[in-house]
Design a protein around this ligand. Structure first.
Ligand SMILES: [Zn+2]
Length: 421
């Protein structure tokens, strides 16, 4: 199916996108560091949600929200059977602390603009389109709460998830006048969703370096996170001879050194492994460390490769512990499966990028997104807009407006294709 000639020329209004992005960016922004603080279910986050609901009403779309605090704007074709499954496009408007203006927000604002443009064009749709802003994507309470609720993947245990200050998700929702239990009713039926499309900034340097306007995502990386401990013997730094030590830190140093080899032998070009946090105990300059505790974050887009890497890292931990006279243990904090984007959506995006003469490339996503969760419920596709300098989760996060416009028009055309099917 191709786009009919009368819709070929349909384009988003970049001025409206600009205005909305800049306006939303003022909500929760600190005057001190210019960062945006709209963490999930804070007052600023709720203000952002109210702002979005107002914009949805203003655009003459049907506004709605669910028990998980997800916000919707619906464009329902006249005379369409109420049963027709919706094409959904969106992202999130919650942020990490000290965030930039585009992570998540861009996808929601562009979805609003696409619906507005389609509504104004008077094109006859075969299916409803919904824009969505999902709650707590960024992880004040672990992340992906809204999309998981939408996909029917939460249980009441989710309400006990705590933020860094020990506040539970349930309490945070209650404080905002929401009944957490209603989040369990946010689940949507598979047969009511036709497809999910998300536009998001790349948050990496690839598109910017290659001077491209858009990335067509083929798959989203999976990952596992471990909390690892090497236990040795804490002892006097002066009186314990080198060969008589069970130095836990030396275990970590040896293990860290094994990472490039393991990636080379057991991983792929897309494998990543990071030790991002470590603690040496007892943490005294004149004591041989008796315990180290560290994080290990491993990612790849292929589940088999992830399992292979998991085995290789276990072996390396065991070998290092043996060599250094240490004990080791680890807890797997999470394992997220990689998700493939829908091949048909990938090819629709490729065709439309070509029709728009847009400089684009196919690529994997190294970061997790709501789309990853939606991929378990429906056909899913993702578009990346370039991040200047690869910067994200910082006030420096930015994308040139012309690239925003290009990626938005690609999203618009993909939406039209999906609604015409
Ligand atoms: Zn995001």
């Amino acid at each position: 199916m191709v786009i009919s000639p009368d819709t070929q020329s349909l384009r988003v209004d970049i001025e409206r996108i600009k205005k909305n992005i800049l306006e939303l960016a003022t909500i929760g922004r600190s005057e001190e560091d210019r960062g945006i603080y709209r963490m999930a279910f804070t007052d600023a986050d709720m203000e952002g949600k109210r702002w979005l609901l107002d914009r949805i009403d203003e655009a003459d779309l049907k506004s709605d929200s669910d028990g998980a605090g997800n916000i919707f704007g619906k464009l329902i074709p006249e005379g369409a059977a109420g049963e027709a499954p919706s094409v959904v496009m969106g992202s999130h408007i919650d942020t990490v602390p000290c965030a930039g203006a585009l992570d998540g927000s861009l996808g929601v604002v562009v979805a609003l603009e696409c619906l507005r443009t389609i509504r104004a064009s008077g094109i006859e749709l075969k299916k409803p389109i919904e824009l969505v802003a999902f709650s707590d994507e960024e992880g004040r309470f672990g992340g992906m709460f809204g999309s998981e609720a939408f996909c029917g993947r939460i249980s009441p245990a989710a309400f006990d998830r705590k933020d860094l200050d020990g506040v539970t998700l349930g309490d945070a929702m209650l404080r905002q006048g929401m009944d957490p239990v209603k989040a369990l009713d946010a689940a949507r039926r598979r047969e009511n969703i036709e497809a999910y499309l998300e536009l998001h900034i790349e948050q990496g340097p690839v598109l910017d370096t290659k001077k491209l306007s858009a990335g067509i995502v083929e798959n989203i990386t999976g990952l596992f996170k471990w909390q690892v401990r090497f236990r040795g013997d804490a002892n006097h730094a002066g009186t314990t001879p080198m060969e008589m030590r069970n130095d836990a830190f030396m275990g970590l140093a040896d293990f860290a050194h094994e990472i490039p080899r393991i990636i080379e032998e057991n991983g792929s070009d897309l494998s990543r492994a990071t030790i991002g946090k470590a603690q040496i105990l007892p943490g005294s300059p004149n004591t041989v460390p008796g315990l180290v505790e560290f994080s290990l974050d491993v990612r790849d887009t292929d589940e088999a490769v992830l399992h292979e890497l998991s085995r290789a890292f276990q072996k390396a931990l065991a070998a290092t512990a043996r060599r250094r006279g240490l004990k080791f243990e680890y807890d797997e904090l999470s394992f997220i499966q990689p998700v493939q984007c829908d091949p048909e959506l990938v090819s629709i995006l490729g065709e439309e990028a070509e029709a728009l003469n847009l400089k684009s490339m196919h690529m994997p996503s190294g970061a997790a997104h709501d789309a990853q969760i939606l991929g378990g419920l429906t056909r899913m596709g993702m578009i990346f807009a370039p991040s200047r300098g690869g910067k994200s989760h910082s006030p420096e996060e930015w994308t040139a407006w012309e690239d925003v416009e290009a990626a938005s028009n690609l999203a618009l055309r993909a939406l039209l294709r999906l609604c015409a099917q």
